[in-house]
Design a protein around this ligand. Structure first.
Ligand code: SF4
Length: 774
């Protein structure tokens, strides 16, 4: 725990703060919420008998869409007397099912939407900061105050000094207002906190932003640093894998230092030495080429740079990789051969486990190369270039031309700065320095919590230093507590929603999904669309938002697919266009050469950076080092520490709901009544010499900082590597801020050098701190 006091949850009280505050004074906390008017909890049921019984009452079942991980899983919400009382998935929904005729389900976070909506910790009314204090305000006051401050900010500093931190706005009017009309040109966010190395390398090699597997049609699946049985973008992912296992007798291999639920379901678990994934991938490539198992037709006709790749893997034998990865050479050989023989119905699929490494870009490049080598690109049962349908732009439909105020902005250039020399815009970890240099002076976001994503302490200081902070959010957290204006957003079930996409259980169909508000907004909250429309009107931009309601705005978006919003919301989802596999045979790859690129030499920006870093543009082994690719362990800091994500708590808008935390603790046999935070998972081989037992409080010390949390001695993490779950501690959404915020160990220099992605691996030492963590 930190010294920061918990936010008040009683209506009419301001949130509380304390500790290191430069400009702002936070109110002392009032007693905990007396008026927890909300009805928490819900009788969740997917039992058909119960559902049928409910249908015989006058209860109404309406559609919703879960948006926590942006997957839009379709919900069927039971509403009684204006109150949502139950919630389940929608049969056949592209994200919430495994296909048509399949019962739709939601993950535990999706189900927790009810608890989230009725959570007493929600922000219930607008707040504005006056005389250093955050005070409750009417909507009129808050909108007027924000409009005035935004105008004043632009006059004094220029709109380009306002940072848009990428969150999860439920409406695109956030960006339209702040970027295009107001002129806030800098956006930072998920690209450098989630998937940069993985998606950038894929984008430059394969030409699509991201690949997704065609799970259910696959015969060999390598979950590489990913845990799709627990962390996914909708139930279609685990369902697809289970279908592939059942129907295609597919092999499942998990490569992960942690024994995850996916590892439990796998034929093989390779508990790899962390950050050595590139060496393993290159050795697999070596075997596949040596055995003549690669796809010659694809390589010859559809790839660029194969020779450079072949040269780089020539001496990368499984025996060489065994030394580095701690994976048996024979096992490497078997997996490589099994994967190649199953190809093209095979996929090696990395995600954040690879992206969070300082050498993640090179590791991801070597893994993607395997997919190119066996020709499973955009193939049935391989990777899939999913497409979404194009929706109409309501502004264009009405002939309203939006300005592009951000385009002429004079943006700072930090090309020579060591931690900002990467290719992709600005890094999350660099924002505090940009504030210090005076290049960012304001902040606006929609449902986001950047201090939990890296460089925490500096981020907290930077937020305190900013001249104007505006947030649209539903919960008190490290950012909303520091804001000048807090607009309380409605939860998803209190507002309309429209989503569209491709990646789903329908690998050859695009889809749209929609829902109306299931219940009226609680307390004095408003849907985000209404907030931006009212703010725009107050700022004199009313002409850009002529729609009377959000439903009307969304209705015009659907013009392109010839459906009305009400019609779609009534049926939850619709499949739209159909498209085939191997689209590159018609369209080529969207890369510099029009081919799948093993070697990224044709990408000028990457080639220049690779030259500066002294590395190959082709896949190669790049071990961690203390200068560029992440810190190494040594005698002083011998253990590698990573914070991992679990579905119940960490992803998206990780409101640490008591129910979710309880579930997490349950898994490790811990009691929620005693402790509500995260545990440090440590292998007995590391715990024993340190005299650490489960429940002991331990101190995790890195070169930059230290945190304390209770130990859980556990075989499920490999020796030499320790892990805990992200989403707890200082600045989190948990009202008690219980547990430890792992990202307080993180600093500006912890970034992957190509994408600027936050590196979440820290060399540490662990010692017994004294005390009982329950
Ligand atoms: S996967 Fe879970 S959290 Fe993500 S949208 Fe679906 S139900 Fe919600």
């Amino acid at each position: 725990m930190t010294g920061r006091t918990e936010p008040s949850t009683s209506e009419g009280s301001a949130p509380t703060g304390g500790g290191r505050v430069s400009r702002r004074n936070f109110l002392k906390t009032s007693a905990a919420a007396g008026a927890a008017a909300a009805v928490g909890g819900s009788a969740i049921s997917t039992n058909p008998d119960i559902v049928a019984a409910q249908e015989q009452t006058d209860r109404e079942i309406v559609h919703g869409n879960c948006w926590i991980s942006r997957a839009s899983c379709g919900q069927a919400i039971t509403v009684e007397d204006g109150r949502a009382i139950d919630l389940t998935g929608v049969d056949g929904h592209p994200k919430a099912s495994g296909g048509q005729g399949r019962e739709g389900t939601l993950c535990s976070k999706g189900v927790a939407q009810l608890d989230k909506t009725y959570n007493p910790n929600r922000i219930r009314q607008p707040y504005i900061r006056k005389d250093g204090e955050l005070q409750s305000a009417s909507w009129e006051e808050a909108i007027e105050f924000a409009a005035e401050r935004l105008e004043q900010f632009r006059e004094e500093h220029g709109a380009e000094k306002m940072l848009r931190y990428q969150g999860y706005p439920l409406t695109d009017t956030h960006d339209k207002l702040f970027q295009r009309i107001y002129g806030a040109a800098i956006q930072v966010g998920r690209k450098t906190t989630c998937h940069g190395p993985f998606s950038d390398s894929w984008g430059w090699m394969g030409g699509y932003g991201r690949e997704w597997p065609d799970w259910q049609n696959s015969e060999y699946i390598i979950a590489w640093g990913r845990n799709p049985m627990e962390c996914f973008r909708g139930q279609w992912e685990p369902n697809g894998i289970l279908d592939a296992r059942k129907n295609n007798d597919a092999t499942l291999v998990t490569i992960d230092p942690r024994y995850t639920k996916t590892a439990q379901k796998s034929d093989r678990w390779l508990p790899i030495e962390p950050r050595t994934d590139g060496a393993l991938a290159l050795a697999m490539g070596h075997v596949i080429i040596e055995e003549g198992l690669y796809d010659e037709e694809f390589v010859e006709n559809w790839t660029y740079g194969f020779e450079a790749y072949r040269e780089n893997v020539e001496d990368k034998t499984p025996e060489w990789a065994e030394e580095i990865t701690d994976i048996d050479a024979e096992e490497i050989r078997e997996v490589a051969i099994g994967f190649a023989r199953a190809a093209p119905r095979a996929i090696a699929f990395p995600w954040t486990g690879i992206a969070y490494q300082g050498n993640g870009f090179k590791n991801a490049q070597a893994i993607h190369a395997l997919n190119g080598l066996v020709g499973c690109i955009d193939h049935e049962g391989g990777t899939r270039h999913y497409r979404g349908p194009s929706l109409s732009d309501p502004h264009a439909e009405r002939g309203i031309e939006l300005p592009d105020a951000h385009e002429d902005a004079d943006l700072p250039d930090y090309d020579d700065y060591p931690y900002q020399r990467h290719i992709r815009n600005y890094s999350h970890n660099y924002v505090p320095t940009m504030v210090e240099k005076g290049d960012i002076k304001g902040y606006v976001s929609n449902w986001s919590l950047p201090p939990k994503s890296g460089n925490t302490q500096e981020w907290l200081r930077a937020l305190d230093e900013m001249e104007l902070v505006i947030v649209v959010d539903a919960f008190w957290n490290a950012v909303s507590k520091r804001a000048d204006v807090v607009f309380p957003d409605s939860s998803q079930i209190e507002q309309p929603f429209l989503g569209s996409g491709g990646d789903s259980c329908y690998p050859t169909r695009t889809w749209v999904t929609a829902s109306n508000a299931a219940i009226d907004p609680l307390w004095d909250t408003k849907p985000a669309f209404d907030i931006y429309k009212e703010l725009a009107e107050e700022m004199g931009y009313g002409e850009y938002f002529p729609w009377d309601s959000e439903e009307e705005y969304l209705d015009e978006k659907l013009d392109a697919v010839d459906m009305s919003f009400d019609e779609l919301a009534e049926q939850s989802y619709a499949l739209v266009d159909e498209y085939g596999y191997q689209q590159y045979r018609e369209d080529g790859f969207n890369t510099e050469t029009g081919l799948f690129q093993f070697d990224l030499a044709p990408n000028e920006s990457y080639a220049a950076l690779a030259d500066e870093l002294g590395v190959s543009t082709a896949p190669e082994w790049q071990p961690v080092d203390d200068d560029i690719y992440g810190e190494t362990t040594d005698d002083e800091y011998p253990l590698l520490f990573t914070d991992v994500f679990v579905e119940q708590i960490s992803r998206g808008h990780c409101q640490a709901l008591p129910e979710s935390v309880e579930e997490y603790l349950d898994r490790y046999g811990r009691a929620y009544d005693d402790y509500e935070g995260n545990y440090l998972h440590i292998n007995p081989r590391d715990a024993r010499p340190r005299n650490i037992q489960t429940g002991d409080m331990v101190r995790v010390e890195s070169r930059d900082d230290a945190i304390e949390l209770p130990a859980h001695v556990y075989e499920g993490v490999r020796p030499g590597w320790i892990a805990t779950v992200n989403g707890f501690g200082e600045g989190s959404v948990h009202p008690e801020e219980a547990g430890a915020n792992t990202m307080t160990l993180n600093r500006e220099h912890h970034v992957e050098p190509v994408s600027g992605q936050v590196d979440r691996n820290h060399p540490v030492e662990v010692t017994k701190a004294g005390g009982d963590g329950a």
